[in-house]
Ligand binder design. Structure first.
Ligand code: DX5
Ligand code: ZN
Length: 223
């Protein structure tokens, strides 16, 4: 069955001096979701922005705000990211001991709950929380930076998770090194949402870059 593919440009690679305009640009230029990478300098070796920035960006687009929390602990900040206007809040399975509780908390805030797995975390980490999930995010680079090289070993994990999801209405998102060369591979393995940072923002032509990734992704969709 053909699957709708979501393209989620990551503003990690945007010009931080004009983030509002950048969000408007990816919205106008064909991005489906806005991917917001939150980093704390503790869970990952980089720092980006917090809930105040997400709230400031909210009026700049009506599209889905896909918030990827690379922070530990995450629980004390879930409410702030919900109030800031996130639609999906994704936490890392490695970020705390009580993933089930974090997912329940996100849904209790009226938001869609996602879990992300770093490259070394096996798919079994989500086996017992599947019914509390709206999205699984497979990292195809080690989280922390844009512009890294795609790790092909993650394709087996994507395939395994697509099987685990079965008929459940759960998005399978892939993040890291997604570009015109890797998009078809991840979609063929079962992904339906593609995050792309540097491949969208690498030059000024966001519309062309988003369209090219979407076109490449289509060749991975099973007929
Ligand atoms: C990395 C972030 C990604 C990042 C991807 O930790 O989670 O969302 O922006 O960047 P690219 O697409 O350049 O690999
Ligand atoms: Zn991300």
């Amino acid at each position: 069955m053909a699957r709708e593919i979501v393209i989620a440009p990551s503003i990690l690679s945007a010009d931080f001096a004009k983030l509002g305009a950048e969000v408007e640009a990816i919205d106008r230029d064909g991005g489906d979701w806005v991917h917001l990478d939150v980093m704390d300098g503790h869970f990952v070796p980089n720092i980006t922005f917090g809930p105040n920035v997400v709230a400031a960006l909210r009026p700049h687009s009506k599209k889905v705000f896909d918030t990827h929390l690379m922070i530990a602990p995450c629980d004390p900040y879930l409410e702030a990211f919900a109030k800031a206007g996130s639609d999906i809040i994704t936490v890392h399975a490695e970020a705390g001991p009580h993933l089930d509780r974090s997912l329940q908390h996100i849904r209790s805030l009226g938001k869609k709950a996602g879990v992300s797995l770093t490259p070394s975390t096996p798919e079994s980490a989500i086996e017992y929380v599947l019914d509390k999930l709206d999205l699984v995010l497979v990292m195809t680079v080690n989280p922390g930076f844009g512009g890294q090289t795609f790790i092909p070993a993650q394709l087996d994990k994507i395939r395994a998770i697509r099987k685990m999801i079965g008929e459940r209405p759960i998005h399978l998102e892939v993040d890291g090194g997604v570009n015109v060369n890797t998009a078809a591979l991840v979609v063929e393995a079962g992904a339906d949402a593609l995050v792309a940072g540097s491949a969208v923002f690498k030059d000024g032509d966001y519309a062309e870059n988003i369209a090219a990734i979407r076109e490449a992704a289509k060749s991975g969709v099973a007929a």
